[in-house]
Design a protein around this ligand. Sequence first.
Ligand code: MG
Length: 310
Amino acid sequence: MGWNAMAYADPFEIVDPRFRAYAIPIAGLETLHTGMRWAEGPVYFADMRCLIWSDIPNNRLMRWCEETGAVSVFRADSNFANGNARDPQGRLVTCEHRTRRVTRTEPDGTITVLADSYRGKRLNSPNDVVVKSDGTVWFTDPTYGISADYEGGKATSELDGRYVFRLDPRDGTLTVVADDFVQPNGLAFSPDESRLYIADSGWIGVGEGPRHIRAFEVRADNTLAGGAVVTQVSPHAPDGFRVDGDGNIWSSAGDGVHCYTPSGDLIGKILVPERVGNVAFGGPARNRLFICGHTSLYAVFLNTRGAVRP
Ligand code: MG
């Protein structure tokens, strides 16, 4: 498929006039690749002009080259990788379902295990990850990767909860920062890292329960406070999301990508022809939103920039 194959033009739904500042009506939704089973975990590499993302049930990491539009398998047998991020040194950090761990890919290609257990018990199946500017690795650990072989490997949970963790890679300390989620999922910091947003997608597969995004205050010692719900997300439920430089939350949803203000007002949507699992800002100006739909990778240019430099 061509690199600029257009799904359809003007995919923007203006819910609130504030969204007009971000939407570019002449910028269409482009389909960059298709043929995945469940796309997730997009992360942009400005230095290599590429996007890496996961195709979870196909057990592989994919790579899209910005220069040529070529798509290739970045890593076969990815241990059913899900969420991806980069650390301040630019290294790829990956959540793996089957091996129930978070790993880091070193510059020489070797893989370092950052976390695979908590107090002697295996993690459930790390789902999504974000790295703070101080190098700490924050990730969610719901049970999706051990609930069926399709997304990893069916297994029994060893932990007594589905936690959100903070890992300090300097000494390997793993700390629970939130323990009251049904299924913690996507997470992202506000531009100044004073807030951490975390999605609870407990509704998925059950048809009831939370499908919202909560906001926590990040204290100076990297503990969390608060945790009020800032917005519900429907149709379907929130999975992964990212924050732009103005603090807006760009979240996956059943009908595409929703844009919420920092206080949780839905101001607009990017309509996508299938359910969305995650998004990432990228491109040299960080003004292009890469969208992992169910089977396809999409992209759209926005009049805003991702908060985090990839
Ligand atoms: Mg997720």
